[in-house]
Design a protein around this ligand. Structure first.
Ligand SMILES: Nc1ncnc2c1ncn2[C@@H]1O[C@H](COP(=O)(O)OP(=O)(O)OP(=O)(O)O)[C@@H](O)[C@H]1O
Length: 732
């Protein structure tokens, strides 16, 4: 019986990029045709090591007697989380997601073994300096429900035996595991970014593939800011990845020091897509060597975590981007509204003082819309500017003019919102959570500190590339210019490269505060503009439909930035998008699940290429939990879960537009494109955000796009009428 597994950093890195099948947990053997690892058993311990492993290499020892992966509810996930903790100990660039609720004490750490949504609450325990071995990790116990970290005594005897066997394992003849042994427990999978981009070398991109505007962007010097604007699928992310790799390569060849950051709004986009694209352009991964020292790819949160070490201090930032965070936020806001609304001073003045918009939303029938509107106000203004009731900023917020595209609120309304915000923030504090915006405010304070001024030259960057700039709110965008080295850029103009498509923004976060005096003004200085118009993702038929719905966006005065869709597809022709209407949501979902599942079985690339994308948050929760869909789909409920797509196999992907931003699928089924949500009576801003959701979801499709609506939800959104009559959308 195998009592422990031992993996070194190479093995963990390779495993984390791979597809692990449950059968791996049967005998812990892999058939590695690329022959990159050495595996073998010494006594009761099984080893996976780099071919050139040495005795000094830090290792992960996993006690299988305690942590019985095979009988765990989701052993594969446990194993992945264990590897992540080990990797973090070996590579400081790795972050443990806050949703795993890491808890530290000395060198001990514990995390949840499964998602917060799971019905179990197992926690895994680690020692990250076992017996003084810095960098090594001992995964030694599991408990149901949280325990004190010193409650379990690690089995030191097993750890000692695992270490003692290391020398034998290194010098032993490599064990040969043939495919006939029946176990392909691990398939070395291509990262998602490599699938999106194809295995095309950097040279090839530069010499043949990249378009003239892309090349212009890639070649722009590191002397000042450049904006890269383009509709969905025009190759913005691709251009960012090419520029990053080219800058690194050039600097390396010229022996020039260069510290580069590629900042994204989601960790998964950074880890899975951008790193995957780098890997695709340079499979030998020569850049990795350079990158370890000089390249940062990740979110602002990851940077903040690195600089401020929240995790070590036991603080949990709550991401409001994922489904869990948003659900919690909804509940807290709803409770806060109830307690403010019933206060006598509010009850007495509401009739005469509240603005028409807010009064309408305060009707219990509109409570969902009220909460959405308030979430948007928090994300784009109140939290983004760190406004707290009673402060000078709050006074300014109450009195200042509101930007044209914001929800209209009079002074009474704004006071009401600040009261709701106060209760909501207190509740967050009570529950020991920190919002991501609070964390970014702290980061900004730190970046203005004397300490950072000292460290800046060493830890700051020479150039920063930001993808999905439209998802960053004002608070976040304010950090960028502080992150540069003092010597970066020229005459105060900083090399900040920003890629964006404003219409993909599903909240106002990326719009507010950017209208005047100059759009997209950052403190990086006046920026040049490069515009991409060739669409490489979607067929001409899908691009024509996108152009058509683009006409439904309410006009916004953003100094020419809110421009009309200019995409021209470079792909071959395909089918026209269709719209199908059903009597009920039930009939809709039955049909869509059946047809998506059939496609997932027949399409090249499997379920990973078929997405069912829901536009309504509440219905999304209902569908993903519905018994009849179980086993058919892989739900992606936050942007951090993109990696799960590797496991889709014959299951299709079920998600919302926000969580699949940056990805693409051969076939997309958009569901609940219903008038109940798009109705202009919810306000022009709410409608604009719904159209953004529709645009973001529809633009994920490469080849086939199906829209669905339910009469129960008042049938197809009226904004589709134009597309139906101009023929870019057909009744299915
Ligand atoms: N010049 C090009 N020639 C061929 N294919 C390209 C070119 N540029 C990008 N692509 C491909 O087009 C697809 C979309 O690219 P990418 O994801 O970078 O678009 P994007 O503008 O970032 O999209 P979105 O804003 O929707 O996330 C990818 O498969 C990418 O490899």
């Amino acid at each position: 019986m195998i009592e422990a597994l031992v993996l070194d950093q190479s093995a963990i890195t390779l495993f984390s990029r791979s597809l692990i099948l449950d059968s791996f947990l049967d005998n812990f053997k892999i058939h590695d045709s690329s022959d990159r690892l050495k595996q073998g058993t010494q006594g009761t311990v099984r080893y996976f090591l780099a071919k050139n492993a040495s005795l000094e290499t830090p290792i992960l020892v996993l006690n299988l007697k305690q942590i019985d992966l095979k009988s765990a509810p989701d052993g594969r996930k446990w194993f992945q989380r264990i590897m992540r903790v080990a990797l973090k100990s070996m590579d400081k660039n790795i972050v443990i997601p806050a949703a795993w609720a890491p808890y530290h004490e000395g060198s001990r750490i514990s995390i949840y073994a499964e998602g917060l949504n799971s019905t179990t609450d197992y926690r895994l325990y680690f020692d990250t300096c076992p017996r003084g071995d810095d960098g090594s990790v001992f995964a030694f116990a599991v408990s149901e429900g949280p325990r004190r970290l010193d409650e379990h005594e690690p089995e030191w005897d097993l750890y000692r035996r695992a270490k003692e066997g290391l020398l034998e394992a290194i010098v032993a003849e490599p064990e040969v595991v043939t495919p006939e042994d029946g176990q392909f427990g691990i398939t070395l999978a291509e990262p998602i970014g490599a699938q999106i981009a194809g295995m095309i070398s950097l040279q090839d991109w530069l010499a043949r593939r990249a378009t003239v505007p892309q090349l212009k962007f890639i070649a722009s010097p590191l002397t000042g800011p450049v904006r890269l604007k383009g509709a969905a699928g025009t190759g913005k992310t691709q251009a960012i990845a090419i520029k990053a790799l080219k800058e690194m390569r050039d600097a390396n060849e010229a022996s020039r020091a260069l510290r580069l950051a590629v900042i994204t709004h989601s960790e998964a986009l950074a880890d899975e897509v951008i790193l995957g694209m780098l890997y695709a352009m340079d499979p030998a991964s020569e850049w990795e060597h350079f990158a370890a020292q000089h390249l940062f790819v990740g979110t602002l949160y990851k940077l903040a975590e690195r600089l401020l070490n929240y995790e070590g201090k036991g603080l949990k930032p709550l991401s409001l981007d994922g489904r869990e965070g948003r659900e919690l936020q909804r509940i807290l806001i709803s409770d806060a509204i109830d307690s403010v609304r019933t206060r006598p001073d509010i009850l007495l003045t509401i009739e005469e003082s509240a603005g028409a918009e807010l009064k309408r939303l305060l009707d219990p029938e509109n409570s969902d819309h009220l909460i959405s509107e308030i979430m948007n106000e928090f994300a784009s203004i109140i939290d983004a500017d760190n406004i707290q009731k009673g402060s000078i900023e709050a006074e300014r917020y109450l009195k200042s003019d509101r930007e044209g595209h914001s929800f209209s609120l009079n002074e009474w309304d704004r006071k009401f919102l600040l009261d709701v915000h106060e209760i909501y923030s207190d509740e967050l504090l009570e529950q020991d959570f920190m919002s991501m915006d609070q964390m970014i405010s702290d980061l900004n304070k730190y970046l203005a500190s004397h300490a950072w001024r000292r460290l800046r030259q060493e830890q700051g960057f020479d150039a920063i590339l930001v993808d999905e700039y439209h998802f960053f709110n004002r608070n976040e965008a304010a950090s960028f210019h502080h992150l540069f080295k003092a010597t970066a850029g020229i005459d105060g103009n900083l090399p900040l490269f920003m890629a964006y498509d404003l219409k993909q923004g599903t909240s106002d976060a990326g719009l507010v505060g950017r209208t005047s005096p100059q759009f997209m003004a950052t403190r990086a200085g006046h920026s040049d503009l490069v515009e991409l118009t060739e669409v490489f993702r979607s067929t001409p038929e899908i691009a024509a439909f996108l152009q058509s719905i683009d006409g439904s966006f309410p006009a916004l005065d953003l100094e020419g930035e809110w421009s009309t869709y200019a995409g021209k597809s470079q792909l071959e022709h395909g089918d026209r998008p269709t719209l199908k209407t059903f009597a009920t949501n039930q009939a809709l979902i039955d049909h869509v699940f059946r047809s998506a599942s059939e496609s997932a079985h027949s399409i090249d690339g499997g379920g990973r290429q078929v997405a069912v994308i829901c536009l309504n948050e509440r219905l999304f929760d209902v569908y993903r939990q519905a018994g009849r869909g179980k086993g058919l789909h892989v739900p992606v409920v936050s942007r951090e879960e993109m990696a799960e797509l590797k496991y889709a196999r014959r299951k299709f992907v079920l998600s919302m537009p926000e969580y699949v931003a940056g990805l693409q699928f051969e076939e997309v089924h958009l569901i609940n494109v219903d008038e109940a949500d798009f109705d202009i009576k919810h306000g022009v801003n709410a409608q604009r955000r719904m159209i953004s959701r529709l645009y973001l979801g529809a633009s994920r499709a490469r080849n086939k796009l199906y829209l669905h609506s339910a009469n129960e939800q008042r049938g197809p959104a009226k904004i589709l009428t134009g597309s139906l009559s101009n023929g870019t959308l057909m009744q299915g």
